[in-house]
Design a protein around this ligand. Sequence first.
Ligand SMILES: [Zn+2]
Length: 442
Amino acid sequence: MTPSRALAKLQRLVQIPTISSSDAALIDTAAFDRLLEAMVELFPLLHARLELTRVGAHGLLFRWAGASAERPVVLMAHLDVVPVDADSSWTHPPFDGVIADGYLWGRGPLDDKGCVVGICEAVELLLERDFVPAQDVWLSFGADEEVFGTDASDAVAILTERGVRPWMVLDEGGAVAHDAFPGVTRPVAVVGVAEKGSSSFEMRAEGRGGHASMPARMGPTARLARAILRIERSPFPAKLPAPAIELFSRLAPHAPGPLRPLMANGAKLAPLLTRALVLAGAEPAALARTTVAVTTLSGSPAINVIASTAKAGVNVRIMPGESVASTRRHLEKAISDEHVHLDLLESGEPSPVSLYEDEPAFNLLEECVAEVFGDAVTSPYVLMGATDSRHFTAICERVYRFAPFRMSKAQRESIHSYDERIGTDDFEEGVRWYGRLIERLT
Ligand SMILES: [Zn+2]
């Protein structure tokens, strides 16, 4: 089967391994150069007619002049992908771009080259008809999203300098999720209106080291272990954020009978819903509270030496409404040991919550979903992960995170894992969705 024009373009970009790394020496810059060259070739009108500003080494910021510049819109995506785990078993090699069984397989079609090509192809098709958008449309494509790089914040700085205050920003994040909620048969187009903040602390216990033959009580390793257990026993208070309550009430009419009243009255029954989520397992619990994971551990370098310092890495995902400072206070109180120190390694605050209630921008996304995806229910939600769009919350109150592609549970799990793949028909729908979004701007 010959792929469609749009799919062939996506296939071409998936075949270029633009793997980002926080270690500049490990980046294959030639691959990023090839990707940018391929884009010039694949989207000739876009490159001829839009104004391009290069951002960082390989980031792109395009401006498509509209009839008005009053309510500019920014469409975002990222050009880089995460590495492939050598031990993982892919059905098809990750950078071959194999099309089989109704899917395009490889690293990147879902995260996030599908959005790159979806946006660019929609623009290219509209340019072929000499379409002029009602508002300025900016395309912001960073090349270092997966390593928390600076392309997106640089793009924000450029827009700010030019006096551009976006009316709406759309980035990756949510999707048209199939089988996401037990008993709900309709797909749910989840649009991220906020994201948790990701921060990391180093937890450090110090004491006297020495020979392992003469151990003292409560040395650094024991102190650290006690602190870890205390953190584990003091979970953050659970409280459903408003977008999560909204999600439940929007799903209620499509949920199995017995659950309907509980979900529909989410606002009133929030404490009950929250308890149910916390009890339902790690994944639902993460919807309801700030989470803590103790990840790395280190102590003595030798088995017969007592550690003078023991350390643990603590990664926290902070709920909107809380902060890095309040998270630190909670952890310190839980640990309650003056010999255990917390050093902040990475600080990421949760995002503000974008407007969605009676909000024309949110309604526009919802209308485009209804038009292209028919049966899907649109709802706001809170993203667990971080996206580049968080930088845009500084200059825009309507930052949404949504990739217009149908994704099954297996596909969602393939992101950053193995056997990532996009449905060939699903990709065409996504291209159409971006096109309708641009056409419907007023
Ligand atoms: Zn991504």
